[in-house]
Ligand binder design. Structure first.
Ligand SMILES: Cc1[nH+]cc(COP(=O)(O)O)c(CN[C@@H](CCC(=O)O)C(=O)O)c1O
Length: 306
């Protein structure tokens, strides 16, 4: 395949990439009844290392909870399968995609006794929003689609079906010539990106929406908050950010496993700060990459070496 990866772990065994298929009457395909994770492995000075695997695994199991979806594999089994997959494929810097879903059985909204299927794939994945984005930043649009409220669907679960909200918002932005969207919540305050959390810098202090704003509890978000506080920044990690504050921000940036730390340089064609990566963003982006590529021995407990 084009990703130059031959095998996928599926329901307990390693299968050829082309054979990793499901039945068209799979429950998850019809009703979005699946959960997934996005994890990065970095090629570090001490060899390939998966960033915060334990926290991603925690969230993977937790994401199934609202749907009574119990994964039929232990943490050890999923961890060993992932390490074995990366070793077999000789993957060093890569993106890991665990997914679980109600499988083939009865149809109808209730998953009844349909099996829970689990797969883990991995492939090389570069800068999520484009190589130049990390340095120059991206131009975003505030989507006309709002984020679903956490009272309607648990926004802290990475539910596959929910990502049609992200698709609607992100494609609307790209259709209009922007790279990515910002999604407001039903109160009209800032939630996050379609696949990223968002941070705002103003007068040297850092703000990011909290869980009450209907966001995903991002692992990169939490890591960057810790890195910022270690560097003496005041971080308001349960902020309510109004739409208007985006325009008067000194700096804005996205965080995510795929997006890493991506500056935002324009919102709806309004220039943010100096119109490129801001100084605080650059400092935290550099700290993040120094950390994940192990040019520092800080937070070694965040790394699972392959
Ligand atoms: C809605 C959403 N919010 C925030 C984040 C950042 O969370 P974290 O990765 O734990 O820092 C992600 C991850 N988005 C994943 C899926 C991207 C995709 O295109 O699929 C990712 O970054 O892997 C989200 O999907």
């Amino acid at each position: 395949d084009e990703m130059d990866v031959d095998t996928i772990w599926q329901d307990g065994s390693f299968v050829d990439w082309d054979d990793a298929t499901v039945h068209v009457l799979t429950h998850g395909l019809h009703y979005g009844s699946g959960i997934f994770e996005g994890v990065r492995c970095y090629d570090t000075e001490n060899g390939p290392a998966i960033f915060r695997w334990e926290e991603h695994l925690d969230r993977f199991y937790q994401s199934g909870q609202p749907y009574d979806m119990e994964l039929p594999y232990s943490r050890e089994e999923l961890t060993e399968a992932t390490l074995e997959l990366l070793r077999r494929e000789g993957l060093e810097s890569c993106y890991i995609r665990p997914v679980a879903f109600y499988g083939y059985g009865s149809l109808g909204v209730s998953p009844k006794d349909n099996p829970v299927n689990v797969a883990i794939a991995a492939w090389p994945w570069g800068a999520y929003l484009g190589e130049e984005a990390l340095e120059r930043g991206v131009e975003v649009m505030i989507s006309s689609w709002r984020k679903h409220a956490s009272s309607q669907i648990p926004t802290n679960a990475k539910t596959t079906g929910l990502y049609v909200n992200s698709l609607l918002a992100g494609e609307e932005a790209r259709r209009n010539g922007y790279t990515e969207a910002i999604v407001l919540n039903k109160e009209g305050n800032v939630a996050e990106g379609p696949g990223e959390n968002i941070f705002l810098v103003r007068d040297g202090e850092i703000y990011t929406p909290g869980l009450s704003e209907s966001i995903l509890d991002g692992i990169t978000r939490n890591s960057v908050i810790e890195l910022a506080r270690e560097r003496g920044y005041t971080v308001h990690d349960r902020a309510t950010i109004s739409r208007g504050e985006l325009n008067t921000a000194d700096e804005l940036f996205f965080t995510g496993t795929a997006a890493e730390v991506t500056p935002i340089r324009k919102v709806d064609n309004v220039v943010i700060g100096n119109g490129s990566r801001g100084p605080v963003t650059e400092e935290l982006q550099q700290a993040f990459f120094d950390l994940v590529e192990r040019r520092t021995d800080a937070h070694d407990e965040w790394f699972t070496y392959v």
